[in-house]
Design a protein around this ligand. Structure first.
Ligand code: PLP
Length: 436
């Protein structure tokens, strides 16, 4: 049948019939293990009965009540629960329907806050390369992934970028505090170069997502970045769209370092694949300042609808009830140990990295130099195809700013147990053997 969609993969994909737990079934009957939780979304697994029941119950009452006309119990309760999970005095929640919307909201709130404080000259948002913050024009302007932004360059204000702290590529020791200082110094230098009084914010993914392949910052980096932001009056935005919600083995990725930003974005696992849902959470004094100055000039129609919030609430309840943050930490350690074990067998695995179940491995032609595999090898697509053939879904991206290099995210739902992990590793090994 001819498809009228134009966002499908260029490779033929099976038609999805149903999904449950960590598995998905195609119409052909073939079973797949969802080894990337979709795009790191289905964190609590598919078809969770408690979430479905909560959604059904809400649907019987109301599915939509516009936020300027009604307050709703699910949105109030989800906001309170989310705020309680946040560090510092970040306790004001603004709902959206996805990650790009969440990031877009952080940029606009930061800007309006600066204007309200009489610092209208601050507008530049520094970010890292590579990074991915979303596909809308504002979020794309702070995304460090050149091929995605190139066609739209004339339509965006180019934002300053600094290198992501990729110690493994630069031959630096992740555990050496000098490495953290080295990369954080790049932020300070960029702020000074741009003119500190013009810099509004710095945005980063605490544990990297698809663009860096689960990049973990070096020792001392997160602390140094916070200090530098404070020194120059620059707001710190943590994009936790992928790392938030427990996948890294702590609720927020930044919790691994006790780092407290000024604004957070979250999505993906927040709606858990049940509904499109995201949020921005900000310090209450910032929100108050913006509200006192006339209100936040931003919003999306579907934001905070009761159906989405009832699902989000049930997702958070299930994460708590099933101890999924702790399970992500435990199973993430096991997964990473087993992926490292594969490095003995497959010399083309150059690096294994991540926190909890936000985990990736990178393929290289030379582990010593970290030289990527030749592009003609098309590892990016080929390994995914071999995994598909086995019945395993993994997520691939180019690693060097989107231009070359291949990494693969192995991020199964946080409900995975030992049996699921055995199944995943067996299929991944078989895929690597066919690829080799
Ligand atoms: N920020 C990060 C860190 C992401 O990983 C993503 C999506 O991959 C986004 C923002 C954009 O989210 P969405 O695709 O829901 O718009």
């Amino acid at each position: 049948m001819e498809s009228h969609l134009f966002y499908l993969s260029s490779n033929p994909r099976p038609e999805l019939e149903r999904a449950e737990g960590i598995h998905m079934w195609a119409k052909t009957g073939k079973r797949y293990l969802d080894g990337s939780s979709g795009a790191m979304v289905s964190n609590i697994g598919h078809s969770n009965p408690a979430v479905l029941a909560a959604m059904r119950a809400q649907m019987e009452k109301s599915t939509f009540g516009y936020r300027l006309h009604f307050m709703t119990e699910p949105s109030e309760r989800l906001a309170a629960k989310t705020a309680a999970l946040c560090p510092g005095d970040l306790n004001k929640v603004f709902f959206v329907s996805g990650g790009s919307e969440a990031v877009e909201s952080t940029l606009k709130l930061a800007r309006q806050y600066a204007v309200a404080k009489g610092e209208a000259q601050r507008f530049k948002v520094i970010s890292r390369t590579p990074s991915y913050h979303g596909s809308t024009l504002g979020a794309l302007a702070v995304t460090g992934y050149a091929p995605l932004a190139a066609p739209f360059a004339p339509m965006m204000h180019e934002m300053p970028k600094i290198p992501a702290p990729r110690a493994y590529l630069d031959g630096l020791d992740l555990e050496d505090p000098a490495t953290g200082e080295h990369y954080a110094a790049m932020l300070e230098a960029k702020i000074v170069e741009e003119g500190a009084q013009t810099v509004l914010a710095f945005i980063q993914e605490p544990v990297g997502g698809a663009s860096t392949g689960a990049l973990v910052p070096p020792k001392g980096y997160m602390e140094a970045v916070r200090e530098i932001c404070d020194k120059y009056g620059v707001l710190l935005i943590h994009d936790e769209v992928m790392s938030g919600g427990g996948r890294t083995g702590k609720f927020w990725g930044a919790d691994h370092w006790g780092a407290v930003p000024d604004i957070i974005s979250i999505s993906k696992g927040f709606g858990g694949g049940y509904v499109p849902l995201g949020a921005m959470i900000a310090r209450d004094d910032m929100v108050q300042t913006v509200m006192d100055a006339g209100g936040f000039m931003h919003g999306h129609t579907y934001a905070g609808n009761p159906l989405a919030c009832s699902a989000g609430l049930a997702v958070l309840d299930e994460i708590e009830r099933l101890g999924l943050v702790e399970n992500a930490a435990l199973m993430g350690d096991k997964l990473q140990a087993r992926l490292r074990g594969l490095m003995n067998r497959f010399s083309f695995i150059g690096d294994v990295r991540g926190k909890g179940l936000l985990t990736a491995f990178e393929l290289v032609s030379d582990r010593g130099t970290m030289e990527p595999l030749p592009r003609e090898l098309n590892a990016f697509d080929r390994l995914v195809e071999h995994a598909y053939a086995q019945g395993l879904i993994i997520y691939s991206r180019r690693t060097r700013g989107g231009t070359s290099g291949d990494h693969f995210l192995v991020c199964p739902p946080m409900i995975i147990g030992d049996e699921g992990l055995d199944e995943l590793m067996e299929m991944l090994e078989a895929a690597l053997v066919s690829f080799a």
